[in-house]
Design a protein around this ligand. Structure first.
Ligand SMILES: NC(=O)c1ccc[n+]([C@@H]2O[C@H](COP(=O)([O-])OP(=O)(O)OC[C@H]3O[C@@H](n4cnc5c(N)ncnc54)[C@H](OP(=O)(O)O)[C@@H]3O)[C@@H](O)[C@H]2O)c1
Length: 327
């Protein structure tokens, strides 16, 4: 049986994305076939689709770290045909053919039952970005940060993780400062629930001061580098900052002082290898009390054919919200 997929093909060191027809028997991993209704575009997909060997070693390859759909066939006792499922992370779309295709085949241990309060489309508006935003918010909540503590900063706020973090935090009653490079995203971020929008340049402190004036109760950082350093140095006593990304750089120029003089905690967030048993609690919150009323306004829906152009845009940091892929 044939199906359509995006495939990244290597040609003399160049990587091109094409829509191709594949055969179902060519899918190798796992024991469960899923008919994909929706996938979504994450920064990591764009890295895979542009030949980043840190993400994908062997080409041709189909990226797509997220997929939501219905079990089409199963050789696993656990999963039955017709069940609604979602997959985020593990090896999907990295070195296993991913969700930018009408079908995926995966190990049963990667599958989650889709919560009743979420459609397949909504689950992919979240996708890995939303799941990561929720893990970041969960870390701050568990740390004991509550709305009266003060403003929560969110960097890379117009991107996937950032925009969803802004929306969830606002839904939970926090005051949110959205940090963005895009003046054009101001209205979008305010309508998601941010109270103020701060230009990223303001959060790239080059003074070298080990500690800055306390400004935020906590922060969700999605970009890393100097922005993460500035957030850690600007957080009030006992606060916390989560780190999940590195588009602004992999190094953090920082001293030990914010940690030992201000009791600041830095939480590392990983959505990829998080054990399956820890996931339903987060997805259930995303399907109910954490679900932003304006979730749909985060999404622009695209087809497989429109994906290559969106991949270029996310690589240039031009995304606003989430691109979801309709299969
Ligand atoms: N640890 C995990 O499990 C995990 C999971 C998902 C994503 N991530 C990582 O989290 C990051 C964000 O992912 P995403 O899906 O939200 O990506 P995205 O949609 O592309 O958003 C990233 C945002 O960061 C800002 N930005 C872009 N280039 C930048 C630069 N050079 N310096 C500073 N800011 C820049 C832009 O927002 P503004 O213009 O508003 O500033 C951009 O929209 C990526 O690094 C991704 O790999 C990690």
């Amino acid at each position: 049986m044939k199906f359509k997929a995006l495939q990244t093909i290597e040609n003399n060191g160049q990587y091109d994305n094409h829509i191709v027809e594949r055969d179902l028997v060519a899918l190798q991993a796992g024991e469960v076939w899923v008919k994909v209704d929706y996938s979504s575009l994450n920064y990591k997909d764009a890295l895979s689709a542009s030949g980043n060997k840190g993400v994908t070693r062997v080409f041709p390859h189909t990226p797509g770290i997220d997929a939501a759909g219905t079990i089409f066939a199963s050789a696993s006792e656990e999963w039955k045909e017709g069940e609604d499922v979602l997959i985020t992370g593990f090896d999907l779309g990295m070195n296993t053919d991913g969700g930018f295709a009408e079908y995926v085949k995966v190990p049963s241990a990667w599958l989650l039952k889709r919560p009743e309060g979420l459609t397949a489309r909504e689950s992919m508006i979240y996708g890995t970005a939303g799941f990561t935003a929720a893990l970041s918010v969960q870390a701050l909540v568990k740390h004991g940060i509550t709305p009266p503590h003060g403003t929560i900063a969110v960097s890379g706020a117009s991107g996937g993780v950032g925009a969803i973090a802004v929306a969830i935090l606002a839904k939970l009653g926090y005051t949110v400062a959205a940090i963005s490079t895009k003046e054009s995203a101001r209205d979008f971020l305010l309508s998601l629930g941010a109270s103020e929008v701060i230009a990223r340049a303001e959060l790239e402190d080059q003074s070298g001061k080990p500690i800055l004036k306390p400004r935020f109760a906590a922060a969700v950082d999605t970009v890393g580098g100097l922005v993460l350093s500035t957030l850690l140095r600007s957080t009030k006593y006992g606060g916390a900052v989560t780190a999940c990304g590195m588009v602004n750089g992999g190094d953090i120029p920082i001293t030990v002082f914010p940690f030992i003089l201000k009791g600041i905690t830095l939480f590392g967030i990983d959505s990829v290898e998080l054990p399956l048993e820890k996931r339903p609690q987060v997805w259930n919150a995303l399907s109910a009390e954490w679900k932003p009323d304006n979730l749909d306004m985060l999404a622009s829906e695209i087809s497989l054919d429109e994906l290559p152009a969106s991949i270029e845009r996310i690589l240039k940091g031009q995304m606003k919200g989430r691109a979801i892929v309709r299969l």
